[in-house]
Design a protein around this ligand. Structure first.
Ligand code: GRF
Length: 210
C-alpha cells in the first residue's frame, strides 16, 4: 500500500476528492502526511478533522531556508512517503525534495499546460487569463513536478470547450469538476504501478475489465 503526502495551501477540494477515493478503497493507498504553508487553510482543517497527520512548513516556523527544506525532507522520509500530490500548494517545491522524490511528485493545474502556466498563473488568475485570451478551450493538466513552476512531464490532460458566455468563475467550476475526476484516477494509476516511463515520458497503462 502506497503512502501519500498531500501538499495544499487552500480549500483542498482536490485533496478531499483523493481522500474520499482512498477511504472507499478505490485507491490502494493511505495519506501519511498533509503538508501546508498555511495552518488555517481548509485542507489542514479537513486533515485534522479526519485525524490525519499534518505538518506546517513556513518562514514563521523555520526562518532559515536550508533548515526549512531539510526539515521538510526529513518529515517526508519519516512518513515513508511514496508519492507527493500537490493540490493547490502555493509554494515552489525545493530542489532537495524534487531530487529525492524524482518522478514521484504530481501536480494538477487548471489549464492546458504549457499554456497559462508558470509563475503568477495560480487560482482564478489562470481562468481570467484564459477568458481574456479568447481561447476556445481550456482544461486541466496533471504533470510530474520538476524544479520549475508548472513545467515537468505531462501525464494527463482533459479539455473543456469555452462557451461564449463563460466567465472566469463558470470556467473554474467546470475545470474543477474535471480535476476532481482525473486526479484520483491518476493517483490510483500511480498506486497500482500503472504509470510507465518511456523515453522520459510518463504513460498510463489502462486496465480493461472484461
Ligand atoms: C486547483 O484548481 C488546482 O488545479 C490548482 O489549485 C486549485 C486547488 O483547488 N493547482 P483546491 O484547493 O483543491 O480546491
Amino acid at each position: 500500500m502506497k503512502k501519500i503526502a498531500i501538499f495544499a495551501s487552500g480549500g483542498g477540494s482536490n485533496f478531499k476528492a483523493i481522500y474520499e477515493k482512498i477511504i472507499s478503497g478505490y485507491i490502494p493507498a493511505e495519506i501519511s502526511i498533509v503538508v501546508s504553508d498555511n495552518p488555517n487553510c481548509g485542507a489542514i482543517k479537513f486533515a485534522k478533522k479526519n485525524t490525519l497527520s499534518t505538518f506546517i512548513i513556513n518562514k514563521t516556523q523555520y526562518p532559515n531556508l536550508n533548515t526549512r527544506n531539510m526539515i521538510l525532507k526529513q518529515n517526508l522520509i519519516k512518513a515513508e512517503v511514496d508519492l507527493i500530490c500537490l493540490a493547490g500548494y502555493m509554494k515552489m517545491i525545493p530542489i532537495n525534495i524534487v531530487l529525492h522524490f524524482e518522478n514521484k511528485i504530481l501536480n494538477i493545474h487548471p489549464a492546458l499546460l504549457p499554456d497559462f502556466g508558470g509563475k503568477g498563473f495560480y487560482g482564478m488568475k489562470v481562468h481570467e487569463a484564459v477568458i481574456q485570451s479568447n481561447a476556445t478551450e481550456s482544461g486541466a493538466t496533471i504533470h510530474f513536478v520538476d524544479d520549475k513552476y508548472d513545467h515537468g512531464p505531462i501525464v494527463a490532460q482533459e479539455k473543456v470547450i469555452i462557451e461564449l458566455d463563460d466567465t472566469a468563475n463558470s470556467l473554474a467550476e467546470r475545470v474543477l469538476s474535471i480535476e476532481h475526476r482525473i486526479y484520483p484516477e491518476l493517483v490510483k494509476a500511480f498506486c497500482e504501478n500503472r504509470i510507465i516511463w518511456e523515453n522520459n515520458q510518463p504513460k498510463i497503462e489502462v486496465v480493461i475489465d472484461n
